[in-house]
Ligand binder design. Structure first.
Ligand code: HEM
Length: 328
């Protein structure tokens, strides 16, 4: 790691890197850890007297926001939930990808995010979570957070937990929490990555047969753009002798998706103790989807895709295409 690999983020006062070597070393560094989101919600409750108990409850279950033994426990719970669901997940993935490809071939206008990506993501993940309900954290990531947005998220989580408790009366509160936490951490990451990879090819479509687009078996873009790490001991972070001390460092995850043979493409799913538990599932879904799309002759034309402003997640809000009607 050297100074040449980093630049100081002007707005954040944080070191940022898009070097594969530096990002790899940061994500594998056991002395660096995630932002303490669990503690931060507790502090918010203590300091300003506004508690968001349902957000707090879910945040305390998501492995990404845990450290040490709690992280090990939460990661194991989530991994077990995924392993138990392996077979139905496979079956659901096959069915959903065929259904998605069929929808992309129906003549007329298609809005891919709301008609294809979100429904397929929600249905596939419902095998793990037990609900197709989407609890949306994206409003918190648009750069203008406000208490109302936290309140809305807190209410959405409460409604999700209540629905699950009714559906699975034999499960403990903790088990119900793991279900909702799994859909929350997985949904946005998966939908955004499916969206940006579809968009990359569909942008080129101009009365082009779907199967003639250049569908790669691997993701070539990622919706999860970066990962942030802070020093575990709470001291200011000094990355190399003489470096300006900062609060945190941000690794650009898109740096792993290069033509560089040393770049590890699976690095876009994170590395080290917090590496993604859904990487295999996500890659299987994408491969299944492109294998369906490759065989399709429907002719499509790209219409528009305005981006959604968000921090850390690259999510197309809308992808409009038009499918030609061969019968006319
Ligand atoms: C293409 C879609 C996905 C991408 C790009 C992605 C990316 C990531 C990344 C980069 C991390 C690490 C973040 C960090 O270290 O700061 C992560 C963690 C995680 N991901 Fe994913 N993810 C995706 C889909 C999923 C799915 C489908 C699931 C579950 C079904 C999932 C479950 C998790 C979990 C549980 C963690 C936290 C692991 C831990 O903290 O120990 N992800 N993901």
């Amino acid at each position: 790691m050297s100074e040449a690999d980093f630049k100081l983020g002007q707005s954040t006062g944080t070191w940022e890197t898009n070097s594969v070597a530096a990002a790899t070393s940061i994500l594998n560094d056991r002395n660096l850890r995630h932002y303490d989101l669990t503690g931060s919600f507790q502090r918010m409750a203590d300091i300003i007297g506004r508690d968001f108990p349902n957000i707090r409850r879910i945040v305390a279950i998501v492995p990404l926001f845990q450290h040490g033994d709690t992280h090990v426990l939460r990661r194991r719970q989530m991994a077990e939930k995924l392993a138990q669901a392996a077979r139905p997940l496979r079956e659901m993935t096959v069915a959903e990808c065929a259904r998605a490809a069929d929808r992309l071939c129906e003549p007329g206008p298609v809005e891919i995010m709301s008609e294809v990506v979100w429904p397929m993501t929600n249905r596939i993940l419902s095998v793990v979570s037990g609900t197709t309900r989407r609890v949306d954290v994206l409003p918190l990531l648009d750069g203008s957070p406000g208490l109302n947005k936290y309140r809305k998220l807190d209410q959405d989580i409460a409604a999700g937990l209540a629905e699950l408790a009714e559906r699975f009366p034999e499960e403990t509160e903790d088990q119900i929490g793991v279900r909702l936490a799994s859909s929350l951490i997985a949904g946005q990451a998966l939908a955004s990555t499916l969206g940006v990879n579809l968009l990359e090819q569909l942008r080129r479509a101009d009365d082009t047969p779907l199967g003639a687009l250049d569908w790669s078996d691997d993701f070539t873009s990622t919706g999860v753009l970066s990962a942030e790490r802070l020093p575990a001991n709470g001291d200011p972070l000094v990355l190399w002798p003489g470096a300006q001390p900062v609060k945190s460092v941000i690794a650009d995850l898109t740096c792993f998706l290069t033509e560089d043979p040393d770049a590890n493409r699976t690095g876009m799913f994170g590395l080290g103790a917090h590496r993604c538990l859904g990487a295999g599932l996500s890659q299987t879904i994408w491969r299944q989807l492109v294998s369906q799309l490759r065989g399709r002759t429907a002719r499509v034309t790209f219409v528009e895709s305005p981006p959604l402003p968000s921090i850390g997640i690259g999510l197309p809000s809308i992808i409009r295409i038009h499918v030609a009607n061969d019968q006319l």
